[in-house]
Design a protein around this ligand. Structure first.
Ligand code: UDP
Length: 464
């Protein structure tokens, strides 16, 4: 097509209009070139190189110092002990395993053959001398994907560590997002200071590390049968119950609840007759350790809610929120609907008259068609209420959730994840509400551990 004069005019106009911008781009390029070559930017680049080299050297020195201390004071005495005990009995001191290092290069590491848990892994510290492992890094992999995808290949570029964010998340027993998401989170945050914090966080996390490969599916404690399952299994079980139209009462117990069961016989009998009891909090994890019946996961209502809501949204089930001060359940419902897209069948506060208004509350729950009812009156009020009205209630899942709506409505903030992972959420709760919480935790936690020890000594119950 021939260009019309109009077009020509336009083209000329465009050309003219673009000329100044081309000129200014050239100008900008010149300025940038000048600036990048300027003494100030060169100084900046040199400062960056010097500071990162300094940080890397410091990390390396710290790693070598840790390796030296561990080798002298832990590794060597254990080797000597193993030589004295294992060798005369004809047993091997070390076992070998292949792991994958930086760029997925395989290498062999040693473990103490006759030991378990963290003690068996003491020889890993020798790898700090060789530089094949870092003190803090990505997770140590025992198998390598045959053809790693681009994401995995990127993760493989970061040196694995004796301590990793994955190990901490896994041993904290809090439901997590899976290894690849956690590895990415680590890589994005990686910094010498973050690594130092990771090493410090690993110390309390070691307390909860698994030593028995196959824990029992039921944790018998203080006369109660607590489900020892993972979050994933718990959600699958609830989904199946709803599908089968089987009504289930589900309660969470923490040390405070178990202390209450000693004096409150009704609460105790309600728990005994419930369908599922889940272990809530680090106190139960420690009890599992003491009873040599390790818990698979810390399953509490607040951590469960996102998983429960996602399942409900996917299956088209709706949730009714009952409890909390007026307005709180409604605020929590809005947040839950916004975050997880789940249908909210209805809400009601927890300050109705439990002598005269039960019928009204129960019919609004039943008329809402909810498949899941969350009751937040605090323990043991919520458990007793659910148990008393169970036969009148129609939802398939009846769950007691304590202060959950206070957290989700934003009225009370929850401890940051790293505090929960090191098992110190209770300290955070005391600082938030000292008047109400100090007795629960400062007196309640040691009392609970004393009761666990007494139970273990006098019943000698075999948890396996
Ligand atoms: N609550 C209620 N009705 C009552 C008493 C308490 O709805 O008659 C609510 C209260 O507003 C709070 C929750 O129950 O939201 C109790 O929270 P808490 O953290 O004490 O629960 P716990 O951890 O003791 O189970």
């Amino acid at each position: 097509m021939r260009a019309s004069p109009g077009n020509l005019h336009l083209n000329n106009g465009l050309h003219k209009a673009m000329k100044p911008s081309i000129d200014s781009a050239r100008e900008l390029e010149k300025r940038l070139k000048k600036r990048s070559g300027s003494a100030r930017s060169r100084r900046r680049r040199i400062a960056f190189i010097v500071s990162s080299t300094l940080a890397e050297t410091t990390v390396r020195i710290v790693e070598l110092a840790v390796a030296l201390v561990v080798t002298l004071f832990l590794f060597t005495p254990v080797v000597l002990w193993q030589l004295i005990t294992a060798v005369p009995a004809g047993k091997a001191v070390f076992s070998k395993r292949v792991v994958y290092g930086i760029s997925a290069k395989p290498f062999t590491i040693l473990r103490f053959a006759g030991l378990s848990g963290r003690w068996a892994d003491l020889p890993l510290f020798l790898e700090l001398f060789t530089g094949r492992l870092a003190l803090a890094g990505t997770a140590l992999k025992e198998s390598e994907a045959a053809s790693p995808n681009a994401e995995q290949a990127y993760i493989n570029m970061v040196k694995p560590g004796i301590i990793s964010l994955w190990d901490i998340r896994r041993s904290s027993k809090i439901a997590h997002e899976g290894i690849q998401a956690i590895e990415w989170e680590y890589i994005f945050r990686k910094h010498p200071f973050y690594d130092l914090m990771l090493v410090l966080r690993a110390l309390p996390a070691m307390l909860y590390t698994e030593t028995i490969a196959e824990p029992s599916p039921v944790f018998h404690l203080l006369g109660l049968d607590i489900d020892n399952i993972t979050m994933e299994e718990a959600i699958a079980m609830m989904q199946a119950d709803i599908a089968l139209k089987k009504q289930s009462s589900i309660f969470f117990v923490n040390p405070d609840c178990l202390n209450k069961t000693i004096s409150d016989k009704e609460y105790r009998s309600v728990l005994k007759n419930s369908d599922h009891i889940f272990p809530d909090g680090v106190g139960l994890i420690v009890a599992g350790k003491l009873m040599q019946s390790p818990l698979r996961e810390n399953i509490n209502g607040t951590d469960m809610l996102p998983f429960l809501c996602r399942m409900a949204a996917a299956q088209g089930h709706s949730i009714f929120l009952l409890g909390g001060k007026p307005g709180v359940a409604q605020q929590a419902a809005e947040a839950i609907h916004r975050d997880f897209g789940v249908m909210i069948a209805g809400t009601a506060d927890g300050y109705f008259n439990r002598e005269t208004e039960n019928e009204q509350v129960i019919s609004s729950i039943n008329n809402s068609g909810a498949a899941i009812l969350l009751v937040a009156f605090g323990a043991p009020l919520q458990e007793k209420w659910i148990s008393r009205h169970r036969s009148e209630l129609q939802p398939g899942i009846l769950m007691g959730v304590g202060g959950l709506f206070d957290f989700y409505s934003g009225n009370i903030s929850r401890a940051p994840r790293w505090i929960r992972e090191i098992g110190f959420e209770w300290v955070y709760r005391i600082l938030q509400e000292p008047a109400r919480m100090w007795r629960r935790y400062v007196i309640g936690n040691p009392l609970f551990l004393y009761r666990v020890m007494k139970w273990k000594l006098f019943t000698g119950i075999n948890n396996r």
